[in-house]
Design a protein around this ligand. Sequence first.
Ligand code: S3P
Length: 173
Amino acid sequence: MVNKNLYLLGFMGSGKSYVGKHIAEKIGWEFCDLDAVIERKMQCTISEIFDEHGEDCFRQIEHQCLKELLLTKKTVVALGGGTPCFHDNISLIKKRGVTFFLDLSVDVLYERLIAETHKRPLIKGKSVSELKSFIELKLNERMDCYKKAHYIVSGPDNSINRILNIRSFYIMN
Ligand code: S3P
């Protein structure tokens, strides 16, 4: 596992970027947010890609950008919420690093996403009740894929330290 990346996966609002930045800082690795890489490369926002070209096109771009990221080393990568569930992304990611699924309940995700329905493409314009059912449905749909991660970090508390404490993680350093 030496020199391989650390990948964080999980639903929107699960804290992949927040947790990833802190872990990278603690271990002196680079941090990279796949959504930000896509936006830089395409010179537009994720929402604009969804609006102008649709989700299928976004998933193609996401897959290409992921493949470029797989070549980096000693990088903590926050994936997009859907990244592991499309194409053969999950197996590619697992070959190139250690994967952690940030596993949060529907209620926690809902509380975190409720104020963000205007800016995230998949939940844009959803009412409060629509949002809750959407999270339940999508999370359920994606769970089998998320659970393919090497490690599952359940609940919102102390995830940074829990990830840092996982033994094999130290072996990578
Ligand atoms: C998506 C999650 C988003 C972004 C895009 C699609 C998803 O990333 O990639 O809007 O399918 O769950 P975050 O999980 O970083 O919000």
